[in-house]
Write a protein of this length. Sequence first.
Length: 160
Amino acid sequence: MGKELKTNAMRFLDKKGIDYKITVYECSEFIDGITVAEKLGQPPEETFKTLVAKGKSGSYYCFLIPVAEELDLKKAAASAGEKSAELIPVKDITKVTGYVRGGCTPIGMKKQFFTVVHDSAQSLKSFYISGGRIGTQIQLSPAELVRSINGCFADIIRVS
């Protein structure tokens, strides 16, 4: 892959020596994660979306959950040591992370935020996350990701 096609996320993984695979798909604007998984033939339970929240303290956090699931804000806040947390408005994603909606990933952001990955990823050899731009997915080891960004695993999804 040419240097000009690499995202900040890919450069971060290269620098850390973490193995990953890239999947590219045609897309000119945001589409939801379930549609991305279907389009690429990826299992939705192995395809994760990145959500960014702001805690009561004012700190930002990333939460990665399977694309078909919903974030439980109380569990998410507790996993980050916060009393409460709210998802940031879509209009603020680029300003806070440096990424656009649909291309947001917990790696290579303007600032590294504490990241919590849903604990279902612990049993996966690899999973898919955004590659840092719309139309790009990265497949990598959840354990390697968490280790490289000093994140953690926790139960953070809403149970119906």
